[in-house]
Design a protein around this ligand. Structure first.
Ligand code: CUA
Length: 319
């Protein structure tokens, strides 16, 4: 995951990731010191080894006594080091899971091979579902509840939090805070099948007001198309099997097994952060999903060549 950048555990952008990064460097420093000391001891032993023709069974009580002391000290120091590292690790764990009142609560459900993202709210009218892109207010604790619809996945956004598994029939909960505005990349971190490597997501941290604007827009149903091209695109979309799996709120499309497309045009990437959002990539994905992500559950839908452009315009316009 590299030393810096939007998906590096060594480039923490929040307190939780910093605790983990500090732990990593503490362990690295201690084990490096142990390695250096061990190598020095080995070199000293090699320099002072007995001549090749010495009697291997000859013993010297003075030397034996000294060696017993040295070995006992080394065993004691090893035990203390291991116990100290265990204590430091436990303290980090405690800090990581001491939670605050969250600014936002999000449920992230792992699917082969994409992320369903539900913004939970006490009022049903304020809750909504999106996919593969999480928006959060900067500087506020965000609670993420994790589960899975099929196999075990692992939610990992290294710059904000370590990782936590998405497990079927079980709810794991984590909390993190993004200190700076920006886009952080996450990746499924548990092998979950053929397209595990193409199961990524983006976390977009922005100021509260901008987040609110985004949230209000996401709650809305899709605007009906106004131009003929997009109107035709919607007709194509609604007449094809797309609606069996995908939802576009405000239309009869209500499938729940694939990403919600109500505001697909507002997302930065498609196919679980596999491709940047663009007309060309949308068209390529619709026409040949198996070519881009072999094994993906999106089937090949037969489209006439003149249906592709309007369909892409329709989807691209779902902002
Ligand atoms: Cu989902 Cu790996």
């Amino acid at each position: 995951m590299a030393c810096a950048g939007w998906q590096s555990a060594l480039d923490p952008q929040g307190p939780e990731a910093r605790h983990l990064s500090d732990l990593f460097w503490t362990f690295t420093a201690v084990v490096a010191a142990v390695w250096v000391l061990t190598m020095l001891a080995l070199l000293a032993a090699l320099r002072r080894r007995r001549p090749a023709d010495a009697d291997p069974l000859a013993t010297n009580p003075v030397v034996e006594g000294r060696m017993t002391k040295v070995i006992a000290t080394a065993v004691g120091l090893t035990a203390i080091t291991v116990l100290a590292l265990t204590g430091v690790s436990y303290a980090t764990q405690k800090r990581l899971f001491s939670t605050h009142v969250p600014g936002v609560t999000i449920r992230v459900i792992g699917h082969q091979w994409w992320w369903e993202v539900r913004y939970e709210h006490a009022e049903a009218s304020q809750a909504f579902t999106t996919a593969n892109e999480i928006h959060i207010p900067v500087g506020e604790p965000v609670t993420v509840k994790l589960n899975s619809s099929d196999v075990i996945h692992s939610f990992s956004v290294p710059t904000l939090f370590g990782k936590q598994d998405n497990i079927t029939g079980r709810e794991n909960e984590i909390q993190f805070t993004a200190e700076r505005e920006g886009i952080y990349r996450g990746q499924c971190a548990e092998f979950c099948g053929w397209q595990h490597a193409h199961m990524s997501l983006l976390v977009v941290a922005k100021p509260r007001e901008e987040f609110e604007r985004w949230r209000v827009q996401q709650i809305k149903a899709a605007d009906p198309p106004t131009d003929p091209e997009r109107t035709k695109g919607q007709e194509v979309f609604l007449s094809k099997p797309c609606v069996m799996c995908h939802s576009v709120r405000g239309t009869p499309a209500g499938g729940k097994v694939a990403p919600d497309l109500t505001h697909i045009g507002s997302r930065q990437q498609i196919a679980a952060a596999t491709l940047p959002m663009s007309r060309g990539n949308l068209a390529a994905w619709i026409v040949d999903p198996q070519g881009i992500k072999p094994g993906v559950h999106m089937p090949l839908i037969k489209l006439d060549p003149e249906e592709v452009d309007p369909l892409v315009s329709y989807l691209e316009g779902l902002k």
